[in-house]
Write a protein that binds this ligand. Structure first.
Ligand code: NI
Length: 177
């Protein structure tokens, strides 16, 4: 297992539509284990393969305990996931992204979704999710289509976020010399 390097907004891999996985082999298993390790190390609740520089349709999600007493969810690794149903009911909640550290904004999304995917062994699975898990799945599946959460806020908020990101980027490059 290894912690992989997370790529940041500005890297073209985050904007490219990712490719379907066609081979379910040991390499895929190793990638998924690394993605979990990378996600937990970065204290995230979800990670998509493009965020570690690989344009493949693979996501992992791992929710832990929450303040509101919501139960922990089993860690999920989904390959070639597709949202096949979403609720009409929507909710607004603040989101962040490991590829855009330092930025957060409220994003509106359907409260519930059904996702069809393969598991790491290539078996069909269906996940029905609500609330935070549904939100995490939608956020990660967006990554596979080159979509970031800042694309799902108003133009005005997006402009403010991009301005803030430029500042964060500039400070980071000063820090590293
Ligand atoms: Ni993200």
């Amino acid at each position: 297992m290894a912690i992989r390097e997370i790529v940041y907004m500005g890297d073209p891999v985050l904007r490219a539509p990712a490719e379907d996985v066609t081979v379910f082999d040991k390499d895929l298993g190793a990638l998924i284990r690394d993605m979990f390790e990378t996600m937990y190390h970065a204290d995230g609740i979800g990670l998509a393969a493009p965020q570690v520089g690989l344009s493949l349709r693979v996501i992992v999600v791992g929710l832990r305990g929450h303040d509101d007493g919501e139960l922990e969810q089993q860690p999920l690794a989904l390959v070639n996931p597709i949202v096949t149903w979403e609720s009409k009911e929507v909710a607004k909640q603040s989101e962040g992204c490991l590829s855009i550290p330092g930025l957060e904004e409220v994003v509106q999304r359907p409260v519930s979704v059904r996702v069809e995917a393969k598991d790491p062994d290539g078996n069909d699975i269906i996940v029905e999710a609500d609330d935070l898990l549904a939100r995490a799945l939608q956020h990660e599946i967006d990554h596979l289509d080159g979509i970031l959460f800042i694309d799902r806020v108003s133009m005005l908020k997006r402009r403010m976020l991009l301005k803030k990101w430029k500042k964060i980027e500039a400070e980071a490059s000063v820090d590293t010399g």
